[in-house]
Design a protein around this ligand. Structure first.
Ligand SMILES: O=C(O)CCC(=O)C(=O)O
Ligand SMILES: [Fe+2]
Length: 370
C-alpha cells in the first residue's frame, strides 16, 4: 500500500546516510516470500557469569565474551539464557498482554499515546504502521498491532514521558513496570558484555561501564506486538525486512516467525528462521551498536513471516535506545564515537541518536487509521 511518506520529503544529512545504509541493505536482501525457511545459525549463550558475577570465574566470563563476539560479528543474533529474569515476571507479562490484545478495540483505543510523549507509547492500531513506507517500498502495512511502554519513573530528576495503563485489566501496571525494570537490568549486563567484546576485538582497554556511560541518559522502549490469527497463506510477511534502530534489542517471543537474512557461502542472501528456545531472550545487534563497533558487529536485516495462521503470535521487543528526556535539548545529547583498533579509521561521524530515531519514527507512522 502506498504511503504518504516519501524519503524525499525528509531532510538529507549525515544521519540520512546511516539510514540509507540500512535501506539499501534491506532492499537488496528482501527476497520474495517463501513458505518456510531453514534454521539460522543463532547460537545459544549462557550469560549467567555476567548476570550473577559473584558466582563466576574469569574463565567463564572470557568464554561468554568470546561467544558473544563471534555472534555479533557473524549473524548479529543470539539466544541468551542464564539472564536471571524471573519466570513469574515473564509469565505475568505475557498473560496481561494477551488479555489486553484480545479485548475489544473500543477498550484498547482508550490507551492511545498521550501527546506529551516524545516517542509513541500506548496502543497502536492493527496496520497503523508500515515498515514498507519507511523504506519507500511498495507493499502492505505491518500485519500487527502494538502496545508500547517506557520508564514509569524519572531518572536523576528528568522526566521521560508517561505510560498509559488500561483500567480494564487488573494488575496491568505492576506487570509491565516489573518487566521494564528487569529489561533495564539485563540491558546493563549486555552493555558490559558488548563493551568487553569490542575491547577484545579492537585491542583497546575499555572500562566495562564504557558504553553504559556513553549513552546516558538512556531509557529504552518496550513495544509488545500482537500478530492476530489470520487465514493461512503460504509465505505471508507480517513485518517486512528491516534492521532495528537502537543499540540492541532484547526480544521475548512465544512462537516461530522471526527470520534473519544471512548470506550463504556463495554470497547469496537467504531467509533463515530464528529458533525459539523456551526461557531464552533473542538478542540482536541494532544499527547504532553496529556503527559504534565501526561495522565489526552486524545489524542483521530481519522480518516476521510464515507464522502459524491458526493462532495469534505475541512477541515483546525491548529496544535499547534513547527515548530521550522530555526536557532534553539538542546540545545535551551524547554522541557516541566509533570504537576502533589502533590506527583504524572511524567509518562514521559520532552519531546523533535523537535525530536518527525521530526521523525514523516519523516515517514509520502512516496518518490514516485502518
Ligand atoms: O515480532 C518479532 O518477533 C520481531 C519484531 C521486530 O523485529 C521488531 O519489532 O523490530
Ligand atoms: Fe526488528
Amino acid at each position: 500500500m502506498a504511503s504518504e511518506h516519501r524519503a524525499e520529503e525528509v531532510d538529507d544529512g549525515p544521519l540520512a546516510d546511516q539510514q540509507k545504509v540500512s535501506i539499501a541493505r534491506a532492499e537488496a536482501d528482501a527476497g520474495p516470500p517463501s513458505s518456510s525457511s531453514p534454521p539460522a545459525p543463532v547460537p545459544e549463550i549462557n550469560i549467567s557469569s555476567f548476570a550473577f558475577p559473584e558466582k563466576a570465574s574469569e574463565t567463564d566470563r572470557e568464554e561468554v565474551i568470546r561467544q558473544v563476539l563471534a555472534a555479533c560479528t557473524s549473524v548479529g543474533f543470539m539466544n541468551v539464557v542464564g539472564h536471571g529474569v524471573p519466570q513469574p515476571i515473564i509469565g505475568g507479562l505475557l498473560a496481561t498482554l494477551s488479555e489486553f490484545f484480545t479485548s475489544p478495540v473500543e477498550q484498547k483505543e482508550k490507551c492511545v499515546s498521550s501527546p506529551q510523549n516524545l516517542i509513541h507509547r500506548g496502543y497502536t492500531y492493527y496496520q497503523e504502521e508500515s515498515t514498507n513506507a519507511l523504506f519507500n517500498r511498495p507493499g502492505p502495512r505491518d500485519l500487527r498491532e502494538a502496545f508500547s511502554f517506557g520508564p514509569a519513573d524519572h531518572q536523576n530528576g528528568r522526566p521521560f514521558g508517561s505510560n498509559t495503563y488500561p483500567d480494564f485489566i487488573p494488575d496491568f501496571r505492576p506487570c509491565i513496570d516489573a518487566y521494564y525494570a528487569e529489561m533495564e537490568r539485563l540491558e546493563k549486563v549486555m552493555l558490559e558484555i558488548f563493551t568487553l567484546a569490542l575491547a577484545r576485538a579492537t585491542r583497546q582497554a575499555l572500562d566495562p561501564g564504557y558504553l553504559q556511560q556513553q549513552i546516558q541518559p538512556n531509557r529504552g522502549l518496550v513495544k509488545a506486538v500482537w500478530y492476530p490469527a489470520c487465514e493461512p497463506s503460504a509465505g505471508d510477511v507480517h513485518l517486512e525486512a528491516h534492521s532495528d534502530w537502537g543499540s540492541f534489542t532484547i526480544l521475548l517471543t512465544t512462537a516461530p516467525g522471526l527470520e534473519v537474512c544471512v548470506k550463504s557461502e556463495e554470497g547469496v542472501a537467504q531467509w533463515r528462521s530464528v529458533p525459539v528456545i523456551p526461557g531464552a531472550f533473542t538478542i540482536n545487534v541494532a544499527d547504532q551498536l553496529a556503527c559504534w563497533s565501526n561495522d565489526r558487529f552486524v545489524s542483521c536485516v530481519h522480518r516476521v513471516a510464515n507464522i502459524a495462521s491458526n493462532q495469534p503470535r505475541l512477541s515483546v521487543p525491548y529496544f535499547s535506545m534513547n527515548i530521550l528526556p522530555l526536557d532534553s535539548v539538542e546540545t545535551d545529547e551524547k554522541k557516541v564515537a566509533c570504537i576502533c583498533a589502533p590506527g583504524e579509521r572511524p567509518k562514521y561521524e559520532p552519531i546523533s541518536v535523537r535525530a536518527y530515531l525521530k526521523r525514523n519514527f516519523e516515517m514509520l507512522k502512516v496518518t490514516d487509521k485502518k
